[in-house]
Write a protein that binds this ligand. Structure first.
Ligand code: LMR
Length: 332
């Protein structure tokens, strides 16, 4: 081969060599701040994934809706613009996988173990299988604990909700829940919550203390009720085509990283939320109310009809399976 040809051949081979060494990029987008349970677990996954793959994978975590808002991030995952997300379970209904809204049924879980009994069991796997035709693979469930209610007026009795515009995630069960309390639900992206409360576009919301505190919701709300009526958790999901196309050894290392990150996420959720609640209390800007047993019972009586009303949407069998797994006992 002439020297000119040799140079040409070498130049052509260069990009191939360079790309063989380039790391596989995983963009992991989420909507909360880095100092939340999900934010911390995403960061932990990044560190573990990069260490376990010896740098062959690089995970770019994009927090706080920096890349995409709630609905957009799901579309971005399906299109392959991002490879990994951890949306709340409430966000799968609009995708057409309505069974996920079972997790939004009010007062379904008596504790975290009841929630895990579903996600760690056959039902958790079955729900993930329903995502596959959508081009999505479910890899893990991350817990974030119980939700409280907030508004600018005290929320003690059900009557206190009358006429309030309450921000919800895009779940029909949450919509029905707010209506059963006499409020007007308003679906809104998480990133829009603070400005909407500040401007009075909505009057109140529900969420876990870590989300409320890190979004500074205590600056724009005067009252919070520790109702623990709902539960917030996430599904760590990936673009299925991307995931299936990974070399087997790398996929295995990423699975091992995610297993550790999941244990970490689930271990910190409750202490992080306790700390956030203590910070909200210490801010002195919010009156926190712990409902009396009688008040709580009145909320439950108002909300139980939502379970039945949602059967046609979520599926009677799905609700029954969730009841069995979670050991649900209807309030008297
Ligand atoms: C919300 O939109 O309220 C939550 O899903 C945000 C989150 O991801 O924790």
């Amino acid at each position: 081969m002439s020297s000119r040809r040799l140079v040409l051949a070498a130049a052509l081979a260069l990009p191939v060599l360079a790309s063989a060494q380039a790391p596989i990029i995983i963009k992991f987008s989420h909507v909360v701040t880095p100092d939340t349970p999900k934010g911390k677990a995403a960061q932990r996954f990044k560190e573990l994934a990069e260490a376990k793959t010896g740098g062959r994978v690089k995970v770019e975590v994009h927090p706080n809706s920096r890349l995409y808002k709630d609905k957009e991030e799901m579309e971005a995952l399906q299109l392959g613009s991002v490879q990994m997300l951890a949306p709340s379970l409430a966000k799968f209904g609009p995708l057409g996988v309505k069974e996920f809204e079972v997790f939004d049924l009010p007062f379904l879980f008596k504790d975290t173990e009841a929630f895990r009994a579903i996600t760690d069991g056959a039902m958790g796997e079955e729900l993930f299988r329903k995502l596959e035709p959508k081009g999505i693979k479910g890899l893990a469930y991350w817990d974030n604990g119980f939700q409280i209610m907030s508004a600018n007026r005290p929320l003690h009795s059900v009557a206190d909700f009358k006429g309030l515009r309450m921000r919800i995630q895009s779940s029909k069960v949450l919509d029905a829940q707010m209506r059963a309390l006499g409020a007007f639900p308003q679906v809104m992206a998480f990133s829009e919550l603070y400005p909407a409360l500040q401007a009075g576009v909505v009057d109140g919301t529900e969420n876990v203390p870590s989300n409320l505190y890190t979004q500074k919701i205590h600056e724009v709300q005067k009252h919070m009720t520790l109702s623990n009526h709902g539960h917030l958790a996430y599904a760590v999901i990936v673009n299925k085509k991307f995931w299936d196309g990974l070399p087997g050894d790398i996929r295995g290392q990423l699975e091992a990283a995610l297993k550790e990150a999941t244990a970490y996420a689930n271990a910190i959720a409750s202490t992080e939320n306790d700390a956030a609640l203590a910070s909200i209390r210490a801010s002195g800007r919010v009156t926190l109310h712990t409902p009396t047993p009688a008040e709580l019972n009145a909320w439950k009586q108002a909300l139980m009809p939502v379970h039945k009303a949602m059967e046609p949407r979520v599926g009677k069998a799905t609700i029954a399976a969730a009841y069995r797994a979670a050991g649900f006992v209807a309030p008297k």
